[in-house]
Design a protein around this ligand. Structure first.
Ligand code: NAP
Length: 312
């Protein structure tokens, strides 16, 4: 069955994708959004969002995304609950093959597939996610005023999260698997000078405690050199061991940096004309709901201009 050629297809339904959909739908471009594996994106895995402007009392992440989806639908956005299997972006008509086997065609595409936080891989980490285990200090730090916390990782993200969390926490243990940090010198120096941060070197979190109570009560830490174990009594464990941008399906056609983040120029333009990218699959610096939404808006406006330049 031959597919119609759509004006724009948006891949991903998080803050960036849904914002792009609202804008493109209001511009009568009849966008189709491919939901992906996690409709609503990373915000659906968080609890209360207190820093999205316009919600002085805060709003639950899933509700925020549900509202954005309804807003996009109100102006005619269509959704398909599927994932991208492969793409062919070479010609003027962009081809997207879904996991179901269906092939979609469009004049323009916005990639807004987000990024997935990496996890340590513990059973207890999954069970206590959102109940003391978090991958986002900016989102959840304020819930831990006066608490003792752990941050896992030794890169810029971990150091940034640890520094940020000291605004709220009594103490932050930075548990790192080696005896030196991967983070940039300037970030390291800041953390090493911070009296609220205690470094736990050569160590791994091997169990997060709290299953009986249902929230984090502590963590078992193993020294990887001596095999000694100890319990740290903490109320939160922030896992900051990196994110993986969801860009694999688009490489090598779409240029990415060495970590897989999609490279854009002139706003949201990728290396292929007619293909734009926005949100956490592009941005490893800010990674906020509001910045992803802002980039989604930019991508939608870039699509409008691109289609107009083609006389479409
Ligand atoms: P990253 O640089 O890849 O660092 C990940 C850290 O987690 C490393 O220290 C790594 O240990 C550790 N790690 C990885 N897997 C682990 C596991 N399974 N268990 C325990 N520890 C594990 O990731 P990132 O910190 O998210 O940074 C990503 C990129 O964004 C970097 O280019 C960074 O510079 C940039 N960034 C910049 C800023 C900023 O400039 N403000 C802020 C955040 C991120 P090893 O060191 O032993 O490999």
């Amino acid at each position: 069955m031959s597919e119609k050629i759509r004006e724009v297809i948006i891949i991903g339904s998080g803050a960036a994708g849904l914002t792009a959909a609202v804008y493109n739908a209001r511009a009568n471009l009849n966008p189709l959004v491919i939901d992906g594996t996690l409709p609503g994106g990373q915000l659906t895995t968080t609890t209360e969002v207190e820093n999205f402007p316009g919600f002085p009392e805060g709003i639950m992440g899933p509700e925020l995304m549900d509202r954005a989806r309804k807003q996009a639908e109100r102006f005619g956005t269509q959704f398909v609950f599927d994932q991208v299997d492969s793409v062919d972006f070479q010609g003027d008509i962009k081809k997207i093959k879904l996991s179901s086997g269906q092939e979609l065609l469009a004049h323009a595409v916005i990639i807004a597939t987000g990024a997935a936080p990496k996890f340590i891989g513990l059973e207890t980490e999954k069970k206590l996610m959102g109940r003391g285990v978090s991958t986002c200090a900016t989102c959840d730090g304020a819930f831990f005023r006066g608490s003792d916390l752990i941050v896992v990782g030794g890169g810029d993200s971990a150091i940034e999260e640890a520094n940020f969390l000291t605004k709220f926490a009594k103490k932050v243990y930075l548990v790192h698997r080696r005896d030196h940090l991967r983070a940039s010198k300037i970030m390291q120096e800041r953390a090493l000078k911070n009296p609220k941060i205690e470094f736990v070197w050569d160590s791994a979190v091997v169990e997060i405690l709290g299953e009986t109570k249902g929230t984090v009560e502590g963590a078992r830490i193993k020294n990887l050199k001596t095999n000694e174990e100890k319990i740290l009594n903490v109320e939160g464990v922030f896992v900051a061991i990196g994110h993986t941008p969801n860009s694999a399906a688009f490489r090598p056609q779409i240029s990415c940096d060495e970590n897989g983040y999609i490279l854009t120029t002139k706003g949201t333009q990728t290396n292929i004309p007619g293909v734009f990218a926005a949100g956490d699959c592009v941005d490893h610096v800010y990674r906020q709901a509001i910045t992803a939404a802002g980039q989604g808006c930019q991508a939608a406006l870039d699509v409008e201009r691109y289609l107009a330049s083609k006389g479409l």
